[in-house]
Design a protein around this ligand. Structure first.
Ligand SMILES: NC(=O)c1ccc[n+]([C@@H]2O[C@H](COP(=O)([O-])OP(=O)(O)OC[C@H]3O[C@@H](n4cnc5c(N)ncnc54)[C@H](O)[C@@H]3O)[C@@H](O)[C@H]2O)c1
Length: 350
């Protein structure tokens, strides 16, 4: 099959990873790298690339050899860049978060749907072997009913100019949550608190609590100011609880047959004491074998397959919107010092 032509926009921190993966993927040919700073784009391409560096997006969009555009510019430029690409009839992969506001994200989703173009959001973590394994463990019922999800994503991060730490880091946790939760378990409301202790003009530390339908709770701690790097997600179920430690390649996932069981009172005799209701399980821990694969390689492959097969990708624009639904509610809550805010739109965006 003919390779698809791709133009990557943005040659900053993340763009070069897209360049590398599109550049080496069998189904793709890298045609253009576009950055306002064209010298930067040239440096990223190096001497041997057959792709062309440009500062002019219109030049790349006018090239009929370009089938698709990958957008790795700052969040507040996603709408303008991705919309220009859609209007030029190109399929689009946008970095997370899909856009800087929910309304902007909706414009992109509607434009892509109107034109019958593929719009994909790079929810990178959904393409890791670990996330796939967790999704399977949840969906197969191996964990039982989901009781809680707790994630920590902290390190000395790049303080962003256009977005706060919630919009920068929580999309990872929220997209993972969206990906692994069983059908019918959805975020209902959110409460977010945060702080800007260094005077960056943005919240640099934030805590986000989500109520899920069915009574479960999810919590995320995101932080640009932590001297140590932690990337863990715990998924607690009625049968098993798992821990994903992404910084432990030898044992990224541990599944514990440990937990607390509560016997329903109606099954107990009248004279039995309350203490008898609670029992503790302390069974085995299992670490499932996972393949090693760079997530972006799977992202690039899925984008190509979705275009060729004329179908929605695994993390389509609607998945990007569901994350924005939560971020938007979280921003309102943050501004109201943690008041509980209802997550709007999450159902209609399925
Ligand atoms: N998927 C992930 O794991 C992951 C990781 C890091 C960043 N990101 C996302 O990637 C995007 C870029 O982040 P970054 O850290 O690389 O930012 P960055 O600031 O390092 O780089 C952005 C680049 O875009 C260029 N640019 C800005 N506006 C442009 C425009 N209109 N046209 C062309 N070029 C333009 C800038 O000159 C700069 O070189 C963000 O959306 C971010 O959230 C995703």
């Amino acid at each position: 099959v003919e390779p698809l032509g791709i133009a990557v926009v943005g040659a900053g921190y993340w763009g070069p990873n897209l360049v590398r993966n599109f550049g080496s993927a069998p189904g793709w040919r890298l045609r253009w790298l576009c950055d306002l700073d064209v010298a930067r784009a040239r440096t990223v391409l190096g001497e041997h690339s057959t792709a062309t560096a440009t500062a002019d997006l219109a030049e790349a969009l006018a090239d009929p050899a370009v089938d698709a555009v990958a957008v790795a510019t700052p969040a507040d430029t996603h709408l303008a860049v991705a919309m220009a690409a859609l209007e030029a009839g190109k399929h689009v992969l946008v970095e997370k978060p899909l856009a800087a506001t929910r309304a902007d994200g909706l414009k992109l989703v509607e434009e892509a749907e109107r034109r019958g173009l593929v719009l994909m959001c790079d929810h990178t973590y959904c393409y890791t072997p670990a996330a796939t394994a967790i999704r399977n463990l949840v969906h197969s019922g191996e964990l039982g009913d989901i009781h809680f999800v707790d994630s920590v994503r902290i390190n000395l991060g790049l303080v962003q100019r256009d977005i706060n730490v919630l919009w920068d880091l929580a999309p990872h946790d929220l997209s993972i949550l969206d990906f692994i939760l069983p059908d019918g378990v959805r975020p209902i409301s959110v409460s977010a608190t945060g702080a800007d202790p260094i005077g960056a003009g943005q919240a640099c530390v934030a805590y986000l609590t989500l109520r899920l339908s069915g009574g479960a709770i999810a919590h995320s701690h995101v932080n640009w100011l932590s001297p140590t790097k932690v990337r863990t997600t715990m998924v607690g179920g009625s049968k098993r609880t798992l821990l994903w430690d992404d910084l432990n390649p030898a044992q990224r996932i541990s599944v514990f047959d440990r937990g607390v069981d509560l016997t329903p009172p109606e099954e107990l005799g009248r004279d039995q004491r309350r203490a008898a209701l609670v029992s503790y399980r302390s069974g085995d821990m299992v670490a499932p074998a996972l393949r090693e694969r760079e997530a972006l390689q799977a992202v690039v492959e899925e984008f190509g397959s979705a275009i060729r097969e004329g179908r929605a990708p695994l993390t389509d624009g609607r998945a990007g919107l569901r994350v924005l639904d939560i971020l938007q509610a979280a921003s309102s809550s943050l501004a109201a010092n943690g008041s509980v805010v209802t997550v709007e739109g999450n159902e209609e965006n399925r």
